[in-house]
Each structure stands twice: as structure tokens, then as C-alpha cells.
Design a protein around this ligand. Structure first.
Ligand code: SF4
Length: 218
């Protein structure tokens, strides 16, 4: 059972998170700088679930996809189902997916399609720099125990110039008491998960997540 002090701390965090999310949703820096058109410049920042304590697990992806922009919720489709499968192995029940994890990204607006290709455009370094203060503020408010880094851009944003996903998925880094876990993007478009060795690496990552969830009762 949680103490009164921890319940109050959680409520304070929740209120600060709601305030920060409102400021993020108002952001139009990339539109003002000419990087995004007005339609694309819609930041995705969902508030914590109303009946859940403030989450201590932060997930950072690259940027929201088009579906996230339409539904106002990241990982709402098949990729989200794959993440639920993984996180269930990591000790997070499917029904706690939105309750225990706060979803963020290196940039918070849909960046648009990559011209002539299937995937979305990777946000440029200037866009990443414009959005970085939101990520820093979010980290300061949530004070996560675990940060799930989904995709190479998120991994490099937090861990520096790692060589490849294969070099880091299945490993963890602890900094200032925070556990960073690199993961691939769960999208079926990615061929990375066709390799059995890479699937095994995700399994190891989920073992590390489960240990942290159990140790810290996340
Ligand atoms: S990507 Fe980030 S900095 Fe750019 S407009 Fe969206 S929220 Fe603002």
C-alpha cells in the first residue's frame, strides 16, 4: 500500500504533467521556423489516465505518426499491439499500457512523409533542437525510473552516438539511477525484427524491464 506522502507526490507530479502537456500542445515553434506546415504542427501530448498514479516509466520514440495525430494517441495501431506484447513480457499488463507508461518522443509533431518513400521523415537536427526543451522539462517532471528508447534516434538522443540498434538492444544503461532500455521500433515495416537474434535481444530487454518493474514496484 502506498504511503500518504507518495500519493501526494504522485498527485503533484500529475498536476505538473498536465500543465506541461498543455504548454506542449500549444507549441508551434517548428511551424514558426518554417519546418512544418500548419496542419502537421500538432503536438501530441496526452495527459496521464485519470484514475492512475503518475507514471514512472517514460517511453521516448522518434516522432508521432499520422495515425497518432488523427487519434491523438501514439502507438494506437498494430505497432502499439506489438509493444503491448513485448511489455507484457516485461511485467506490464496490457491494461496498464496507458496507465503506467508516459509516451513522448524526440519531436512531438508528425513530421510528414519522407518524399518518395514509405516511411515518415526523420525530424531534422534543428527540429530536434527546438523540441529538446520539452523533453528535458518532461524528464524533470516525471523523474522516470525507466526510460524506454524506441528507435535509433531516441537511443542516440539519450545515449550518444551508438553504432546500431543491434549493438544496444538487450543491454541497459544506468545514469543517475535511471535505467535506459533501447528498443527497436515495433512497426511491421521494419525488417530488423525478421532476424531471430534481434527478436532474442528484445526478449533480453524485456527481462531487464521486468526486473526493474518488480524491484521498484512500477
Ligand atoms: S516538434 Fe516540438 S518544438 Fe516543433 S512544433 Fe512540435 S512540439 Fe513544438
Amino acid at each position: 500500500m502506498k504511503s500518504d506522502a507518495s500519493v501526494h507526490a504522485s498527485e503533484r507530479t500529475r498536476r505538473r504533467l498536465v500543465t506541461l502537456n498543455a504548454a506542449i500542445r500549444d507549441c508551434r515553434r517548428c511551424h514558426a521556423a518554417g519546418f512544418l506546415d500548419e496542419i502537421e504542427s500538432v503536438p501530441i501530448a496526452r495527459d496521464p489516465e485519470p484514475d492512475a498514479p503518475a507514471p514512472r516509466i517514460l517511453l521516448v520514440g522518434q516522432a508521432p505518426g499520422l495515425r497518432a495525430t488523427i487519434t491523438d494517441r501514439p502507438f494506437a495501431g498494430a505497432a502499439g499491439n506489438k509493444l503491448r506484447d513485448w511489455f507484457e513480457q516485461g511485467g506490464i499488463a496490457r491494461e496498464d499500457f496507458w496507465r503506467k507508461i508516459h509516451f513522448a518522443a524526440v519531436t512531438r509533431c508528425y513530421p510528414g512523409r519522407l518524399p518518395g518513400a514509405k516511411g515518415d521523415r526523420v525530424p531534422s537536427p534543428p527540429e530536434q533542437a527546438l523540441c529538446r526543451p520539452w523533453l528535458d522539462d518532461l524528464t524533470a517532471v516525471v523523474r522516470p525510473r525507466v526510460v524506454l528508447l524506441v528507435g535509433l534516434l531516441a537511443v542516440r538522443t539519450f545515449l550518444g552516438p551508438v553504432k546500431s540498434l543491434a549493438a544496444v538492444v538487450g543491454t541497459s544503461t544506468i545514469r543517475d539511477g535511471v535505467l535506459y532500455l533501447p528498443l527497436p521500433h515495433p512497426s511491421g515495416v521494419s525488417r530488423w525484427l525478421n532476424e531471430p537474434a534481434n527478436v532474442a535481444a528484445v526478449g533480453r530487454a524485456m527481462g531487464l524491464l521486468r526486473e526493474a518493474v518488480e524491484a521498484h514496484r512500477l
